[in-house]
Design a protein around this ligand. Structure first.
Ligand SMILES: NC(=O)c1ccc[n+]([C@@H]2O[C@H](COP(=O)([O-])OP(=O)(O)OC[C@H]3O[C@@H](n4cnc5c(N)ncnc54)[C@H](O)[C@@H]3O)[C@@H](O)[C@H]2O)c1
Length: 253
């Protein structure tokens, strides 16, 4: 199939649902073959079945990206089934709310291990496949919470993990540039998915949030997927180390 990403092989973590699923759908529409890695195997399998109808090869793999053993197994499967990897989207992430004083060691570790260590493990394994293959692209899904403290006491450890992921983006962009691997991040504002349902159900909070967003609405997952398709394409060939805000203008306001 012709398209922006024709013949590319893309791994998207956490793509059983939400933003990851929208990115997988868009990449499949653009002609890529897709690997979905997620903790939720049944949902990932269902998503894979939907995507297969678009004509490309799609594989769902159960993996906890915070565990090195699972990531090793995931990449063995990719090597066996696809032989190479062109695109990685580090999208899997969790949000556990709480202030510094409320955050336990267990919560801290869970957030960091998923949002930051998971991206490190997957990126390292992906780069090891991309380097001998002549290059590739890595896209990290961070958050405005990694850039600014919008909700004091609410998104603290999460924001720190996303700020770490933004820095990991820059470090990898520089280290992997000689191998023609572009590394960029997308920082969404608030997007209509499972993670944001709790915030969305609080009407007063949402009214306050929407007042702060110049474009006056939450993002659809497809609007994040559009930015992810651009960064994965040849059109973004000279962009590396960037954190692209896809937030309706929230952060600059
Ligand atoms: N929704 C928003 O408003 C918003 C805003 C900014 C950033 N983000 C980021 O976008 C990304 C996707 O979020 P979403 O809104 O689609 O969330 P979601 O909860 O709908 O989807 C997250 C997916 O990641 C998977 N996942 C979680 N931990 C995993 C692990 N250890 N291993 C493998 N898979 C795992 C989940 O099973 C789920 O399928 C996250 O990194 C999130 O932090 C979301």
């Amino acid at each position: 199939m012709a398209g922006l990403l024709a013949k590319k092989i893309a791994l998207i973590t956490g793509a059983a649902q939400g933003i990851g699923k929208a990115i997988a759908q868009r990449y499949a529409d653009e002609g890529a073959d897709i690997i979905i890695a997620d903790l939720l195997y049944d949902k990932a399998y269902q998503t894979a079945k939907e995507l297969e109808k678009k004509g490309g090869k799609v594989l769902a793999v159960k993996a906890d990206i915070s565990l090195a053993a699972d990531v090793d197994r995931l990449f063995s499967v990719i090597r066996e089934e696809f032989g190479r990897l062109d695109l990685l989207v580090n999208n899997a992430g969790i949000l556990i709310r709480g202030s510094i004083m409320e955050t336990t060691e267990e919560t801290w570790d869970k957030i960091m291990n998923t949002n930051l260590k998971g991206a490190f493990l997957c990126s390292k394994a992906a780069a090891a496949m991309m380097i001998p293959n002549g290059g590739g692209k890595i896209i990290n899904i961070t958050s405005i919470d990694g850039e600014v403290v919008y909700y004091p006491g609410r998104h603290y450890a999460y924001g720190v993990s996303k700020a770490g992921l933004a820095m990991l983006t820059k470090v990898m962009a520089v280290e992997l540039a000689p191998y023609k691997i572009n590394v960029n991040a997308i920082a969404p504002g608030v997007v209509k998915t499972e993670i944001s349902t709790k915030s969305m159900s609080n009407r007063a909070h949402m009214e306050e949030v929407l007042r702060e967003i110049p474009l006056g609405k939450m993002a659809e997952p497809e609007e994040i997927a559009g930015a992810a398709a651009f960064l994965a394409s040849e059109d973004a060939g000279y962009i590396t180390g960037a954190v692209l805000m896809v937030d309706g203008g929230w952060v600059i306001h």
